[in-house]
Design a protein around this ligand. Structure first.
Ligand SMILES: [Zn+2]
Ligand SMILES: [Zn+2]
Length: 429
């Protein structure tokens, strides 16, 4: 299936003109075989000297075939052992690139880490890159930022989106199940991400795109129906999951930020990713998002119970909890960054009177999120992680995460808005 980029661009009912950085995208069985056909067309004909970034596993899965299809391509095959999108990984690719001359286009063959390393160098060297995903594990393939871990700290670094995505569903269906389950977690996370977006829109008028929302809900419905198929290795199921992940990436390009793809469930995952808490945990991004989603869904639905009963008070204002931030983030630089992220206080844009007035609408948005048990069941179906213990945390992490995660990004979520209600402490515990 060739994904028609025109479906996602142009004037929209939301008032925006949506643009994309990625020019072409195909997702089908045997897509790899079509690479030469694309390279003979504009704008790809101008590129002559390709270098592929892959690791030992992804070389076997798809890289070998890409090497056969593109004559003269240089290969940077990394050792997957302890390979991360960090300063060490960057250095490895840099060293290899220095041995090559006149490279004018990179090709990433792999999953998230390989893509982040490639997009980082594509940006640095001001050359484009082509994406060949080997697993349906994340929605970040077409991201314009590289999710790096820089000397122990998580950092989103400016990078570039691929110009072309060639997703071969036969390759993707053969990826390790753990990677697929991680992709399921990342995609299911859109339930709370979209709810956070809609609730914020209701309260302070933040711009929202209903076209993007309905495309994402459709992708979620398709994923729900495909979970058994994933276990059975059905190509069609993998195409549904991968389509949803690619769509989520396109949605971020359409809005120019991560709002359509990232809400409180991602803020929780980012918090756990930060080295400040214990040692860095080794779970995949989507695994953490899945656990964050179950937690967020549980908290939101508990809050909805209070909202339905109507017996609650709303505070006049909520200050940023500076003392809490200082207690949790003992690293000075990080702590200062978090404080800066929260200045000005985003909750000042919420009028408590409007919050009270929109109670019914907010409850309705929360009711669209599947219940935590339902989400857990979906994640377990693909052998995914769903609970804090799966990540090696004990249950005390729940309250700490709920309190601090909203401060990780300068974005309003319902998890942050909850701080207005007098039942806050009861639902986060
Ligand atoms: Zn994600
Ligand atoms: Zn729109």
């Amino acid at each position: 299936m060739r994904i028609d980029m025109k479906e996602f661009t142009g004037e929209c009912t939301c008032g925006k003109e949506h643009r994309l950085k990625v020019k072409d995208m195909i997702l089908e069985q045997g897509a790899l075989q079509r690479i030469p056909e694309f390279l003979q067309k504009d704008p790809y004909t101008q590129y002559r000297n390709f270098a592929m970034v892959c690791d030992d596993h992804t070389y076997e899965a798809a890289g070998k075939e890409v090497e056969r299809l593109i004559r003269g391509i240089k290969v940077i095959k990394l050792n997957p052992e302890n390979l991360h999108a960090n300063e060490i990984g960057v250095q490895k690719v840099r060293k290899a690139l220095e041995q090559m001359e006149g490279i004018d286009c990179l090709i990433a063959v792999g999953s998230g880490t390989i893509h982040d390393l490639t997009r980082y160098h594509a940006y640095e060297d001001q050359i484009p890159f082509i994406s060949v995903p080997t697993a349906a594990s994340v929605d970040g393939y077409v991201s314009t930022v590289a999710a790096m871990s820089w000397y122990g700290f998580k950092k989103s670094m400016i990078a570039v989106s691929p110009i072309l995505v060639v997703a071969d569903s036969r390759v993707i269906a053969h990826a390790p199940m753990r990677l697929t389950a991680s992709g399921v977690g990342d995609l299911l996370g859109k339930y709370t991400a979209l709810a956070d977006w809609k609730i914020t829109h209701l309260l302070n008028g933040e711009s929202i795109c209903s076209r993007i929302c309905s495309m994402e809900y459709e992708a979620l419905d398709n994923l729900k129906k495909s979970l058994e198929g994933l276990i059975r290795g059905e190509i069609a199921a993998y195409e549904k999951l991968m389509y949803g992940l690619l769509l989520s990436g396109l949605a971020m390009q359409m809005t120019g930020n991560s709002r359509p793809a990232s809400g409180s469930e991602h803020h929780m995952a980012h918090f756990w990713e930060m080295a400040v808490i214990n040692e860095e945990i080794s779970a995949y991004h989507g695994e953490k998002v899945g656990v964050g989603l179950v937690l967020a869904s549980d908290i939101y639905h508990k809050a909805a119970d209070y909202l339905r009963k109507g017996k609650f008070e709303i505070k006049e204002s909520v200050d940023v909890e500076t003392a809490l931030i200082e207690r949790i983030f003992t690293n000075k630089e990080l702590c200062e960054n978090i404080k800066k992220t929260n200045d000005p206080n985003l909750l000042d844009t919420i009028d408590p009177a409007v919050l009270k007035q929109k109670t019914k609408e907010i409850t309705a948005v929360i009711e669209e999120i599947p219940k935590p048990e339902e989400i857990e069941e979906m994640l377990r179906k693909v052998n995914g992680t769903a609970g804090l213990q799966d990540l090696g945390f004990d249950l005390s992490m729940r309250e700490k995460t709920a309190k601090i995660a909203p401060y990780i990004r300068d974005r309003i979520t319902f998890l942050r808005i909850l701080k207005f209600y007098d039942f806050y402490d009861k639902v986060i515990r």
